[in-house]
Design a protein around this ligand. Structure first.
Ligand code: UDP
Ligand code: MN
Length: 252
């Protein structure tokens, strides 16, 4: 009777996709009572993701929700110019609203990108959240660790150590918080939006859900790092391109 953890993962087609999802699924398979909501940035589900999920022996829901063309990153356009994962995370939130019951379904909702590195500990920490739990995230925001700062007397969150846009109300990465399912369902309008300043996705969502003093610090009073905002280098595929221009490929 552990609460189910709903891990919401946006994903998009690229050379490293299968490697990322394989690595991630091999972590997630070790998490008890886990339900993976994987949302492809596409009009329809791909056979790559469909086949990979079939072979994982996990509980999962496979959705597709394309990023609108005007918000899609152009080739060579820097990553930071446009928010990523917005349509996909919202599709998953809507799926939860339609398929889960606010009064009877116990669970935790976590936004888990496909390229991060997850310790199993982060999942156990989040199971006891009643509204919103927070914890440190490694390798993000120009720091080794971004973390909530706690009042030494009350133990409550009073701010953030972030250097990047420290004026954010919730200066925390997507990987650094999770939300109780019943609490999310009790706030029927809470979702992500393209209509927020760059880098403010987390703050914009969390401000619809809690006040800073209500946040529940996890990971030993936010002293432990159990998740890292790693990024995967884009592989060099120059020779593959040459093959394809001759109508061949190395991977068939
Ligand atoms: N993503 C997506 N469509 C895109 C780019 C990214 O669905 O066009 C997904 C990606 O797979 C990841 C999440 O959105 O799960 C965040 O993207 P990314 O890791 O590239 O962002 P960053 O770590 O730079 O914030
Ligand atoms: Mn990432």
């Amino acid at each position: 009777d552990l609460p189910v953890i709903y891990g919401i993962t946006p994903t998009y087609a690229r050379p490293v996709q299968k490697a990322e999802l394989t690595r991630m699924s091999h972590t997630l398979r070790l998490v008890r009572n886990f339900h993976w909501i994987i949302v492809e940035d596409a009009e329809t589900p791909s056979s790559l993701v469909t086949n990979l999920l079939k072979c994982t022996f996990m509980n999962y829901t496979h959705l597709a929700a394309p990023t609108p063309a005007s918000w899609k990153r152009k080739l060579k356009e820097p990553k930071w110019k446009k928010p990523r994962g917005v349509s996909q995370r919202n599709a998953a939130i809507r799926w939860l609203r339609q398929n889960k019951n606010r009064d009877t379904d116990r669970g935790i909702v976590y936004f888990a990108d496909d390229d991060n590195t997850y310790s199993l500990n982060v999942f156990e920490e989040m199971r006891s959240i009643s509204k919103v739990g927070v914890w440190p995230v490694g390798l993000v925001g120009g720091l080794m660790v971004e973390k909530p700062l706690l009042d030494s007397v009350t133990g409550r969150v009073i701010g953030w150590n972030s250097h990047w846009r420290p004026e954010r109300e919730f200066a925390i990465d997507m990987a650094g918080f999770a939300v109780n399912l019943q609490h999310l369902l009790s706030n029927p309008n809470a979702e992500f939006s393209f209509n927020v300043e760059r880098g403010f996705q987390e703050s914009a969502l969390l401000s619809q859900l809690v006040k800073i003093e209500e946040l529940e610090p996890k990971a030993d009073n936010c002293t432990k790092v159990y998740v890292w905002h790693t990024r995967t280098e884009e592989p060099y595929l120059g020779d593959e391109k040459a093959l394809r221009s001759k109508g061949q490929r190395s991977d068939e």
